[in-house]
Design a protein. Sequence first.
Length: 491
Amino acid sequence: MTRFFNLVALTVLLVSTSDTNAFSLAGPRPPWMSEAIPSSNACYSGLTGPMNIDEEYRFNVPIITYGVTSDFASFFGARGVEEIQKAIAVLDELPSADQLNIDDYPTQSMRINHRARALGLMDVKSIAIQSTMRALGLEDPTAYVYAPRNAWIQNGAVVEYYLTVRNFDPVTYLMSPYVNGTLYTYNRQGCPSVFPVDPSERFFTTTTPASSARSGPVQLLSGLYISSLSRDDVGGIKYLYNSKNYNMETSIPDVTGTGGVVAGGGGAVGGGGIYDYSGFPGGSGGGAYDSAVIATNALATVTTGNQPAGGAGAGTTTFINPAVRGGIGVLDFVEANYDSLLGEFFTPMTVNFTDNYVTNGVRRSQRLIRNLIQPDLTFDARDLQGAFAQDPVTYNPVELGNVNWINSDTFDGTTGDDDGPGIIGGATLTFNTVSPFWNGVVDATGAYLENGTFGAVSWQMWGAFDGTTNDPVVFPQGADLEALESLIFSR
């Protein structure tokens, strides 16, 4: 009977999904994902979890800064920093989310370098792309096609998990069991294991997206590299950062007003527009709005010649915050640099920008300032392996941490009823420096070196490679002080 209901549920999903694509959204794990083992906490790991379609998290500043720490620069050298720059360029060169056409992108994003495969190398650039996409708000869609939502527990053991779908089609925003055209299924024993229906795709799924930062083969199979973003990767970016994806959002803490409202601005009394928000000054009153559903109707932009206009309160110096905002549209990345070779502090940056928001059904703008003392995305490097443990040790190539999540749920008058939407105020992406890493079984016979070859399988080491015939680069390369000085001081 249970199998019958599973079949019916899957059939409904297939019928309701018009396209064969899907993306997944990343956000802070809500309480139900962190319930004590053996419940959902056994099925979710790490800092993030798959969010619902109207509970996404994203950056809402027009310039996203990034930089490397001195530990990263010392371990990976100038070439490693260059690989980070290449990874960011893949995202920086995307057109505006409003203009993205997902059909312009392939369903396959990964290729293999056979020499790097033989050497057991992981590509720094590719894993940086994966991790950065997660830091931008995209979860691994191959991990959470089917996500545990509840569990039936008896005598301290899970009898059955109840699953939901946390993947969404980039055109219809309906739940979808497909990723880049590949249909996924799951097993029902313990925490669900998600895998393609086609047995030939289970070892290496050719349509795995670049955003597969949890279970993607780039982290599991050496020699693979990301050649481009896939169709579902850009579909997720298009959804998150589309200028018509309106959320009720606050500004991140380092943003302040400058006293310059440049397009209307609103007064001290709120109106009654459907995009307004009650309880806050500056013309943002009128009714709660915290849904991420994309608005399709046009909003007015009120101007008179080149001068701001807009009814009551036009030209006020009020800093409208929080406010209803659309996506930032273009992902614009700027590199932040160190102020010294061995220092741990970045050169402070001041960014002046125009913040677009909606009040009383009208688009308005205000001038804001960011005073940054650290980048939005910090690339670090250290040993992530931890201490001895009873359980088998896993190798985690990169760790996402120090994420500043700000949940807009606190603004709708009923705290705790939604897990989002919200904004991302920064994150640290730490690369594991423990490599090379070999398995050494306690009762193994024979030497590690035998006839000039290793007798144990090495876990991945860091490298840089692509589809050319160039030799792969292996990290660490050693500390070249002249190269580091040039890297820091010559930009």
